[in-house]
Design a protein around this ligand. Structure first.
Ligand SMILES: C[S@@+](CC[C@H](N)C(=O)[O-])C[C@H]1O[C@@H](n2cnc3c(N)ncnc32)[C@H](O)[C@@H]1O
Length: 208
């Protein structure tokens, strides 16, 4: 790909390897050309919801990308944060910011080489969306969090409806103390363009 990737390109991805290719091209301009210019704020909602739910540490940031959610957690006082992403190029940008204790490349759909219950909690912003990661990854996310821990995950609201998230969350109920859903804007009120009004569902799951 020679042109700078767009949100439309990202939503059209089909496979994890497509993500690896697209984000290799997008890493350098993601923070300014995408997040800043489009008024992306989802990571702030996720970090706030996680801290409000207890802010347990260590916390794993899944699909951490360039570290926007990690920065939002740091801004709220957390400092035991680990990042994982399928794109080494995105993680390289995050690493340069010095936000994370550790960063590692991995495909959440294939499973991560981490022990059961390794984390007190987990966040993910912007990764459960069109062309990226579906509800099938929630089992792996639950495995990584210890009993009593919290998962705070954003899910694009259209993706939520079309990819069976309600059914998957119902399956996870017996493994959870509580599952709370709230709807929040993905972009700021000043955003313009086709996706400016897109909504994210923030799922806060407290593991039994
Ligand atoms: C829209 S970006 C969000 C990045 C960051 N969390 C944020 O809010 O800015 C989606 C991220 O998910 C990552 N990703 C896509 N598929 C993945 C997979 N199967 N496993 C892990 N990460 C994945 C991409 O590489 C990309 O960094």
């Amino acid at each position: 790909m020679t042109d700078t990737p767009s949100l439309t390109d990202a939503y059209d991805l089909k496979t994890p390897q497509d993500s690896v290719r697209l984000y290799a091209d997008w890493a350098d301009t993601y923070d300014t050309g995408f997040a800043q210019d489009h008024g992306y704020i989802l990571h702030e909602h996720v970090a706030r919801a996680y801290v409000n739910a207890g802010g347990f540490q260590p916390v794993l940031d899944v699909g951490a990308g360039t570290g926007l959610c990690g920065q939002a957690l740091r801004n709220r006082g957390l400092d035991e944060i680990v990042a994982t992403d399928i794109s080494q190029e995105m993680l390289d940008i995050a690493e340069a910011k010095g936000l994370y204790q550790r960063l590692f490349c991995g495909d959440i759909l294939a499973g991560l080489d981490e022990t059961d219950g390794a984390y007190a909690g987990l966040v993910s912003s912007g990764t459960f969306t069109h062309g990226h990661v579906g509800a099938e990854a929630l089992d792996e996310l639950m495995r990584l969090v210890r009993s009593g821990g919290v998962l705070c995950i954003s899910i694009n609201a259209e993706h939520f409806k079309s990819h069976g998230f309600a059914d998957k969350l119902a399956q996870l109920e017996p493994l959870s103390q509580s599952i709370d859903l709230s709807e929040l804007p993905i972009y700021s009120a000043k955003a313009t363009g086709d996706h400016a009004k897109d909504v994210g569902i923030i799922a806060v799951i407290r593991k039994a």
